[in-house]
Design a protein around this ligand. Structure first.
Ligand code: ADP
Ligand code: MG
Length: 416
């Protein structure tokens, strides 16, 4: 039991039918019927292998793609082939989620065998659109088709999908109401790592917040400052620009127009309030960079041309941030310092990321683009911990109890 949730060490798996929810959602190439990346599939292999080794009948539930963006909405068939290869043992697959065919396949499983069901979002109640419209309670989720059809065939529920822990959907929060439940190894690692940062960070604890997800960044900042988790926050990207604008610093009218055009005007007020209260802990860029005619230009605040938007922090800022990162014991990172995707505006992110690799402090990094930057600079092995659950991680750091964490804590109370 860790942080109120049972782990695989607390359950008896042999001969038991285990419903195991994983997050193996990957970008898909529809033309080729193939996956463009398999990193999330790799990450949940240890849990699946352990359950199978212990003699469980393993039923994997997973979603693929979002029913809102729709781009990657797809079958889980290719995932079964990848899992078979990674595990070195057959992972069966069936093009059904909880109908008669799926139920028969579950009942035919032998100890140690693994079956992957099709995309759980092919069932209406699993869709995000459904979640957003109806907001079912966890008790109501236990009465949905998926849970009513599958739970009676199972003995245990294991959730290894920390990346989806902010979702309030039956395959994630419904089974815990009716089955003894625990978290898988990946969930345990990710959840305990971030819980540790929130509850007892080794100090000094520095947060590096950049990027463009402004509402999340501001909620996160408020929580970690109010709770005394962060000793210092280094700001970059659009987050830094908003603070600078709030303090009336000269950042170029183009930057201000960009903030207003993106409807982030309200955050200028929030930035003022946060800075008034926690100004000593919030560090802002002292110089900025922009791109003119394809060339990078840098200047101290006040030197950015009026009609242009700042798209990176400058060299002096990067140096100040580097020193802060090197002397920290815990560093949490979300969001790049600039538009690192383009060469003229990548230097700030590149330098700060190098500092993250060089520090002896424990670094915890999350967020899709932050991970992309880490890969781009070849620093993946140099980071302390890279969290696969971007959305879940950020929601967690905003101080909310994640729906799946709440459900698993409830499920921990049900006997085996
Ligand atoms: P993550 O995915 O790591 O959580 P975000 O999605 O919040 O990070 O932000 C990443 C995006 O922010 C990148 O696409 C990057 O180009 C953009 N970005 C960074 N700095 C700026 C800036 N100053 N102005 C506009 N966009 C920026
Ligand atoms: Mg992103």
């Amino acid at each position: 039991m860790r942080f109120g949730i049972k782990t695989l060490d607390d359950i008896q798996a042999e001969g038991r039918t285990v419903l195991c929810r994983v997050d193996i959602n990957q970008p898909v190439d529809r033309e080729k019927g193939a996956l463009k990346s398999i990193n999330r599939i790799e990450a949940c292999v240890p849990t699946i292998r352990e359950l199978s080794d212990k003699g469980a009948k393993v039923v994997l539930l997973a979603h693929q793609g979002s029913d809102i963006e729709y781009k990657n909405y797809y079958t889980t068939r290719p995932h079964a082939a990848v899992l078979t290869r990674l595990l070195g043992r057959e992972v069966k697959w069936i093009d059904d989620v909880c109908g008669p065919a799926a139920r028969a396949a579950i009942q035919e499983l032998q100890n140690g065998e693994i079956l992957l069901l099709d995309n759980v979002r092919f069932v209406a109640e699993e869709q995000t659109l459904f979640e957003m419209k109806l907001r079912l309670t966890h008790e109501q989720q236990a009465k949905t088709l998926l849970v009513e059809k599958l739970a009676p065939l199972a003995d245990l529920y294991v959730c290894d999908a920390f990346a989806a822990a902010h979702r309030d959907q039956p395959s994630l929060c419904g089974f815990e109401q009716v089955l003894p439940s625990c978290m898988g190894r990946l969930f345990e690692k990710e959840f305990c790592t971030v819980s540790q940062v929130m509850e007892e960070p080794v100090r000094p604890c520095v947060f590096v917040l950049g990027g463009a997800k402004i509402s999340d960044a501001f909620l996160m900042m408020k929580t970690v400052l109010d709770r005394g988790v962060a000793d210092r926050i280094l700001t970059g990207g659009l987050v830094g620009n908003i603070f600078l604008a709030a303090l009336g610093k000269e950042i170029g009218q183009g930057s201000v127009d960009f903030i207003m055009k993106s409807n982030y005007g309200e955050y200028i007020e929030k930035a003022k309030e946060l800075y008034a209260r926690y100004g000593e802990q919030i560090t802002l860029p002292v110089d900025l960079a922009w791109v003119e005619g394809g060339e990078r230009r840098e200047a101290a605040l006040g030197g950015v041309p009026a009609d242009i938007a700042a798209v990176d922090v400058g060299g002096e800022t990067a140096q100040i941030y580097r020193e802060a990162i090197l002397s920290a014991k815990t560093v949490f990172v979300n969001g790049p310092m600039g538009v690192f995707e383009q060469e003229p505006s990548e230097a700030g992110t590149k330098a700060v990321w190098q500092a993250l690799a060089d520090t002896e402090g424990h670094t915890v990094l999350g967020g899709g683009d932050s991970i992309t930057a880490t890969e781009k600079y070849g620093l993946t092995d140099k980071m302390g911990y890279i969290c696969t659950g971007g959305g879940a991680l950020i929601r967690f750091l905003t101080g909310e109890e994640l729906p799946v964490v709440k459900a698993l804590r409830h499920g921990a109370g049900l006997g085996q």
